[in-house]
Design a protein around this ligand. Structure first.
Ligand SMILES: [Zn+2]
Length: 327
């Protein structure tokens, strides 16, 4: 009789593993374009419809449409920042690992697949010199970093703009070919706020460092085509202007989660709720940007808020770069 599998299959980490949660509010400093679901050549941005929780004069539910920075697309941008991270020898990280999109290497030593996961559906031959060569077997590697949120706070519908692809001629006669190709494209309006959340389950600090690098590095690169990029929105936390950002590292989830209801449309209400939850650990109002809850000497829960969360993420991102990109 064959023995049943009693383990998860995950390799043992050299250091202890934790849960990490990241909560943030992004602001689009300009228009943003992210195509609708998987449609191509349609130029529509992704939106979601939300029940406003009230009825109109005719007794019908009021439904509002909101722009959506979809977590799956954000995840793809993050993953690419790791694949395209530059190495000392002039290559990119994904080339050294033989890990990319759509071929994810699923090798245990890959810092990208370690948290983002990977899948090889049937055995494939890979080029010499990459981990697992010459043949990588069918493997499933479940990602332990998941992405959520992304529904804009304000209920402002996308704008539609006429664009034209112009040939590179400076001057041409009206009858000459080629002619400009007009097309329409939707954009998310500037200043929309997007609450977003990343959660890593049972990862070591070293494993999480890739996620910290990817999160920070993706800020300037979110969007499809141009323009791109978001900023961490800033508001008053504990009497100082700080990014709306929270990082938790824990064994037990003791902090109130700054997750905003998509039904909220007022920015001041959204910001107040985020800040109030960010400063609530085990029912106590935090008075500082760093909070620890200990049992004996052991830190069961640590939370970094605002500027402290940004610095802590930068510390993890530096650890990742030192380990993989510098030498
Ligand atoms: Zn990989």
């Amino acid at each position: 009789m064959a023995a049943i599998q009693t383990n998860t299959g995950l390799y043992k980490s050299e250091e202890r593993r934790w849960h990490f949660d990241l909560y943030a509010v992004f602001e689009g400093p300009q228009e943003l374009y992210f195509g609708h679901e998987t449609q191509v050549n349609v130029n529509m941005v992704e939106t979601v419809r939300i029940d406003a929780g009230k009825l109109d004069d005719g007794g019908e539910p009021v439904v509002i449409e909101k722009c959506y920075l979809s977590p799956t697309k954000r995840r793809g941008v993050e993953r690419r920042t790791l694949i395209w991270a530059p190495l000392a020898d002039g290559r990119l990280l994904g080339d050294r690992l033989g890990c990319g999109i759509p071929h994810t290497c699923t090798q245990p030593e890959c810092p990208i697949c370690a948290i983002y996961g990977g899948l090889i559906t049937s055995s494939v031959e890979v080029e010499k010199g990459v981990p697992g060569a010459p043949k990588r077997k069918a493997t499933t590697f479940v990602g332990r970093l998941v992405h959520g949120g992304g529904v804009a706070v304000q209920a402002i519908e996308p704008s539609e703009k006429q664009r034209a692809m112009h040939p590179s001629m400076l001057h041409k006669e009206p009858s000459a070919e080629p002619t400009p190709m007009p097309f329409k494209r939707q954009y998310n309006e500037p200043a929309l706020l997007y609450p977003v959340y990343n959660h890593a389950m049972s990862v070591s600090e070293a494993e999480f460092s890739a996620g910290a690098y990817a999160f920070l590095e993706s800020l300037a690169r979110l969007g499809a085509g141009n323009p791109k990029g978001v900023r961490l929105y800033e508001a008053e936390i504990l009497d100082a202007q700080q990014p709306l950002l929270v990082l938790d590292r824990y064994l037990t989830p003791l902090g109130k989660r700054p997750v905003l209801s998509p039904a909220i449309v007022e920015t001041d209400v959204a910001i107040a709720q985020f800040v109030a939850a960010a400063l609530d650990v085990r029912g106590q109002a935090s008075t500082g940007n760093e909070v620890e809850y200990k049992e004996g000497d052991f830190t069961m829960f640590a939370r970094w808020v605002g500027q402290a969360a940004l610095v802590q993420l930068q510390t993890y991102a530096l650890e990742f770069a030192q380990k993989y990109l510098v030498s």
